[in-house]
Design a protein. Structure first.
Length: 712
């Protein structure tokens, strides 16, 4: 049996899992370590202990699934993990390579002590790093920390001085931790209020708890009012709900409160060099972004500094021509990348004309899309890669921490600004933010339009200058083509690639729009908290049906302006209906996605700031409501017993209602005639008084029998 270093084997008799760390040159000695034990050391053994016995029965068997091996799973490695991994590797890489001495206890101890001293960590830390390295596959990635396994997920944490959980929207209010005493209050409120009263919801149980344990009833002049404890000194409903969900058996309680049928119906579970990578112009583009080292001012008010712009550059790998740019204030994201890709397909003569620059087509001939687009993970690995693919572009992604994979476009961020930075006011120099250094923000002079114009001129200059170090091939030299992007492009299009793909602007914009799920309801298309009109769904009757059963629909939208969305047909993304926002407010129509999210965030913060008072008002309403009900009950109890039968009590409801209505009307009558002042004549006064007395004496309250006889 041939044994291999770093392979995992299981011993038949003991069940131990061991990884081979070292095999002697003549294969008579083997060093291994247990991977299924937390603390152990390398073990020396004879190869006979691993070989089959006299009867040919194998003592060890290879383990096919190495669950302890750590590989380079870049998508799962966070920045803190990388820092910890690299720190650990730096501290032990000098000793783990000293085989086989590192596997002997005494030399290993000396090596670890020296390494600990150099790394300024404890001996135990170096020892743990070493054992992790051996047990998990003897690679650098074996030193990734086990932070995802920390924290006892699923278990309740002990209450300490520091507030647990997510911070509140209002940072000035910290809140309280739920200790054992508050947990007992929760239990009492849930058991006595929620479980025993099927009509009461969890919110009602919370309100009852607040009235009893976290508020004070204050009486002022025969009137009472509830005063809540100061905000932050009582648990919020969200905390109460969290502890209810984590500590209760929702299935049992739902069946107890609503019945098994309700649970089953509503709550049950539902089952070379970069140039060699391209064969000609338009084969492969690279895209990347940077924040320009210059501060700009507002075009509306030249005294207002608006910060530093974002610059996106799209460059053709084969010819080195810059084929598209974007200069704006959007953060480096798909939104800004989309604007740069739109620019790739634009007529550059018209684009430059919009910015006051006159050029001919041969000065910037790049119009059309490539077969491949190399992007950062930020722009490329997302749902939008599929959308770019609809334009016939295959998106490639450079690995994390490898800007050299996009070396051509990365270099442009040093080349382009160098063309004008020496004369640019507001440009950041190397002494920025140093003590005593000049604050270049105060020198800001250019607007965004000014800077965009400069960037266009820099691109035109780049496209017409000689590229140093460009690898000219034999056919380029033979045909006398210099290493100038414009001329390389023109020759390559004619002799290698032919005409590139182009699209109308409408098709481009649709193909590069974001897509997401929206909800069809009885009111229309609900998306991002706003409602859009769909004539097609209204005409087909689907919108009416959605009042009972809403459903998800796929829409496309432009994050720059959410005044309309595009509703996709179910079986074709290219066919769509334009759905305008149900609002006539031009401000609401013109909101961008970022502005809408910020607006909604402010609304949530405002609501959070009012929760305390709203809850206090609600509790007071409930107290006064209960007092009114109790007063009515007491008034009814004070009446003499009613010995009438059920039929007698319910048979005259309409008549009783008529009598009550007539009495109410007398009190609700309002006369617009002016009141007549009393006449100062004794006889008239006496006469009027006698008449009134006579009228009152003769008036008798009508009985039920008399009213019914008149009605007949």
């Amino acid at each position: 049996m041939i044994l291999f270093k770093n392979e995992l084997y299981r011993f038949r008799e003991t069940g131990e899992l061991r990884r081979i760390l070292w095999v002697s040159p003549n294969s008579d000695q083997i060093v291994s370590i247990r991977v299924d034990a937390h603390v152990n050391a390398p073990k020396w053994s004879s190869s006979k202990d691993w070989e089959p016995d006299e009867n040919g029965k194998e003592k060890v068997i290879p383990e096919p699934d190495d669950a302890y091996l750590r590989l380079n799973e870049a998508s799962e490695i966070s920045a803190p993990n990388i820092v910890r991994r690299d720190k650990a590797w730096k501290s032990i890489k000098g000793i783990v390579c000293q085989e086989p001495e590192i596997y002997r206890a005494k030399p290993r101890g000396e090596m670890q002590r020296r390494a600990a001293k150099l790394a300024k960590v404890s001996n135990d830390t170096i020892r743990n790093y070493t054992f992790e390295y051996w047990q998990r596959g003897m690679t650098k990635h074996a030193l990734r920390p086990d932070w995802p396994n920390c924290g006892n997920r699923g278990e309740r944490k002990k209450a300490g001085e520091k507030k647990r959980g997510r911070p509140r929207n209002n940072p000035s209010i910290v809140g309280i931790n739920v200790d054992e005493d508050i947990q007992k209050i929760f239990e009492v409120a849930i058991n006595n209020k929620y479980n025993k009263n099927k009509k009461m919801g969890l919110k009602g149980a919370y309100n009852e708890m607040m009235k009893k344990w976290f508020s004070e009833f204050v009486t002022v002049e025969d009137d009472g009012e509830i005063i809540l404890d100061p905000e932050g000194n009582y648990p919020t409903y969200e905390v109460f709900h969290y502890w209810y969900k984590t500590g209760r058996n929702e299935r049992s309680e739902a069946i107890a409160r609503k019945g098994k049928k309700y649970y089953e119906r509503n709550l049950r579970a539902l089952v070379g060099n970069s140039t060699s990578e391209a064969i000609g112009p338009g084969f492969r583009y690279q895209i990347d972004a940077t924040i320009a080292d210059v501060y700009l001012v507002s075009s509306a008010n030249g005294r207002d500094i608006i910060g530093r712009p974002v610059v996106y550059v799209v460059i053709d790998v084969w010819s080195r021509m810059i084929v598209g740019i974007y200069v704006g204030l959007e953060n480096a994201s798909w939104l800004a990348a989309k604007m740069a890709l739109l620019n790739v397909g634009m007529d550059k003569v018209e684009f430059c004309k919009k910015h006051g620059i006159s050029i001919t087509a041969d000065q910037w001939p790049a119009v059309g899309y490539s077969d491949y687009l190399l992007a950062d993970k930020g722009e490329g690995i997302s749902q939008f890669s599929e959308q770019v693919g609809e334009l016939g572009i295959k998106v490639e992604n450079a690995p994390a921490y490898r800007p050299d994979w996009k070396g051509i476009v990365e270099r442009m961020f040093g080349v382009l600004p160098a063309k004008f930075s020496y004369a640019l006011p507001g440009y950041i120099e190397v002494d920025y933010k140093e003590r005593g250094g000049r604050d270049y923000r105060l020198d800001a002079t250019l607007t965004l339009d000014d800077f965009t114009e400069l960037m266009i001129m820099a691109v035109l200059d780049h496209n017409s200058h000689i590229i140093k170090g460009y690898p000219l091939t034999g056919d380029l030299i033979k045909n006398g083509v210099p290493a100038i992007p414009n001329e390389l492009w023109a020759w390559g299009i004619k002799n290698r690639m032919g005409k590139l793909r182009t699209y109308p602007e409408r098709v481009l914009r649709f193909g590069l729009m974001h897509t997401d799920d929206a909800t069809l309801t009885g009111s229309g298309i609900e998306f991002r908290g706003r409602t859009y009109k769909s004539n097609a769904k209204l005409a087909s009757g689907e919108q009416s049906s959605a009042r009972r059963n809403s459903k998800k629909v796929r829409v496309a939208y432009d994050p720059i302006c959410l005044g309309e969305i595009l509703l996709h047909e179910e079986h074709s993304r290219r066919r769509f209906e334009v759905c305008p926002l149900r609002s006539d407010d031009p401000i609401e129509i013109g909101l961008s996605l970022q502005e809408l999210l910020e607006q909604q965030k402010r609304a949530r913060e405002t609501t959070a700031g009012r929760k305390h008072k709203v809850l206090e008002n609600r509790l007071n309403f409930e107290v006064k409501m209960e007092a009114t009900i109790e007063s009515a009950k007491a008034r009814k109890a004070a009446l003499e017993p009613d010995n009438r039968s059920k039929a007698e009590r319910t048979g005259n409801i309409r008549v009783n209602k008529a009598v009550e209505r007539d009495q109410r009307r007398k009190g609700d009558v309002y006369s617009f005639s002016p009141k007549v002042d009393a006449v100062d004549v004794d006889t008239d006064a006496n006469s009027s008084a006698e008449t009134e007395q006579t009228r009152q004496a003769s008036f008798k309250m009508p009985t039920v029998i008399s009213i019914r006889s008149r009605q007949q």
